[in-house]
Write a protein that binds this ligand. Structure first.
Ligand code: SF4
Ligand code: SF4
Length: 472
């Protein structure tokens, strides 16, 4: 453990095992009681979550899924917020067994220059995105914090015909309070760090390099809060260890943050192990089945109703569409997961170039953003590019008090309509525009109170007349 590092004692393996054991003994009527409790939107205890994870009756499973859909819609409405990842550097000094960027993989590494970042951002903007998740490997020499801060400045400064990126979430290695302060000053949205696995022995087995320090990694969010970052995103790389253990541990971490800082995780992500250069899924005995992933997402939606839940393009389209219905509130789309790949993909389409470096992992959903939107509109979802909370100071406790009382959808729905209208004016295909009309009309009619709906109508007209970046 690094000198001065706090021990991550809030992840208590014995308590997790006890909760798993207790949940296994719940009767059908006990589980139905848990589902009823979850519908009150107050969240669940570890043991209750565990009971949901052990259910093997398809009818009760369907009840869990139904409740997950209801809870997501009660808190966030039908909106799904989109973002794109941007990989700026694949230098990495770690040797994580599951990742293409591990130091043992021999290929020519690079980080993007400011000009290259601008090119990447323009490709992302021209798809219609307004949010970026900035990603980089860990290498304090080749990719120091100053480079990340400059990359953020470059991203915020880059404009395309119809605007700029409005929010940058950052996913970089665990670091110091001082460096988190630098990210805060540079305008970070959410600081995202996946735990990979909460199980200490597994963590030790799959990591080497500075990241192998479990306590340093697991207490990263404490340092981020100390630095003043109040939106943090958790996640597990499902497939490294037993999925039930990991799911209960995730809730334990979320509860700890909520209790300690008065703010639970802003988001939770559900990456699953994917094939990647230099690794084989055959070496990982805990690979998670599709049905299990659905259970994880739905059960966590019942357990931490106020938290945004993110699904990436790791998953195949059909499964993504199914899982979205179970409580997902944010999606990446049109993603490239290698350094410089957005620009290269444009180039590749022109002259059939091959990428020189491997992506961090293989993407499962290759649909364009517009195609994903077309596929979700018939289900009544409202695509959103909203960044309003972050820019209105609704972060941390301010945000949580709205989310926990299920009032946030009063903001989400009008903001989804305003930002989707921008998308329709600036980027959408004719097919998307046709599909969007009835969804927009219905969503507008649902906005309450009346005064808010009228104001939203006015702002939609202003957007159609050429104004941009209006929000509530
Ligand atoms: Fe490096 Fe992160 Fe990949 Fe590990 S998971 S090798 S730290 S980029
Ligand atoms: Fe997210 Fe806030 Fe916008 Fe809702 S209103 S989509 S919570 S930024």
């Amino acid at each position: 453990m690094r000198k001065g590092t706090q021990e991550a004692s809030f992840i208590d393996e014995q308590r997790i095992l006890e909760a798993l054991d207790a949940g296994k003994k719940y009767s059908t009527s006990d589980v139905l009681d848990v589902i009823s409790k979850a519908k009150e939107l107050k969240g669940l205890e570890l043991e209750e979550l565990s009971a949901l994870l052990w259910v093997d009756d398809p009818e009760i499973e369907e009840e869990i899924y139904k409740a997950a859909r209801e809870i997501k819609e009660e808190i966030y409405g039908k909106r799904i917020v989109f973002f794109a990842p941007l990989y700026v550097s694949d230098y990495c000094v770690n040797n994580c067994k599951y990742c293409a960027y591990k130091i043992d993989n021999d290929y020519s590494r690079r980080k993007l220059s400011a000009d290259e970042i601008q090119e990447e951002v323009r490709v992302i903007l021209d798809m219609g995105h307004k949010r970026i998740a900035l990603e980089a490997g860990e290498d304090r020499v080749n990719c120091p914090i100053e480079y990340i801060v400059e990359a953020m400045e470059t991203i915020y400064d880059t404009s395309s015909a119809n605007g700029r990126i409005r929010r940058i979430n950052v996913n970089i290695a665990a670091t110091t309070v001082e460096e988190y302060k630098m990210l805060k000053d540079a305008g970070i949205g959410t600081y995202i760090l996946f735990q990979e696995t909460y199980h200490r022995d597994t963590y030790r087995r799959v990591h080497s390099g500075p990241k192998a320090d479990y306590d340093w990694h697991t207490t990263a969010m404490d340092r981020a809060f100390t630095a003043g970052i109040d939106d943090v995103g958790l996640g597990v790389l499902f497939g490294l260890y037993d999925w039930r253990f990991e799911t209960v541990a995730l809730l334990m971490h979320a509860q700890y943050l909520d209790k300690t800082y008065g703010v639970g995780p802003h988001t939770i992500s559900f990456p699953r192990l994917r094939p990647a250069y230099g690794m084989s899924l055959r070496d990982f005995p805990y690979v998670v089945a599709d049905e299990d992933l659905k259970r994880i997402v739905a059960s966590l939606r019942l357990s931490v109703p106020y938290t945004g839940m993110i699904l990436s393009t790791r998953e195949e389209p059909a499964l993504r569409d199914e899982i979205v219905a179970l409580g997902i509130s944010q999606l990446s789309a049109g993603s490239m997961t290698g350094v410089g790949e957005y620009t290269e993909s444009v180039q590749k389409a022109i002259d059939s170039l091959r990428y020189d470096e491997p992506p961090q992992f293989e993407v499962g959903d290759h649909r364009s953003l517009d195609q994903v939107i077309q596929d979700m509109l018939p289900h009544g979802y409202i695509p959103s590019f909203c960044t309003a909370c972050y820019r209105s100071g609704r972060t941390g406790e301010n945000f949580m008090s709205l989310a926990k009382t299920a009032h946030i959808h009063e903001m989400c729905q009008p903001n989804a309509l305003l930002t989707f209208e921008e998308y329709l004016c600036d980027y959408a295909s004719p097919e998307t525009i046709d599909l969007a009309k009835p969804v927009m009309e219905k969503a507008l009619s649902e906005i309450r109170p009346e005064s808010l709906r009228k104001e939203c109508e006015k702002r939609l007209e202003r957007i159609k007349s050429g104004e941009r970046d209006l929000f509530f």
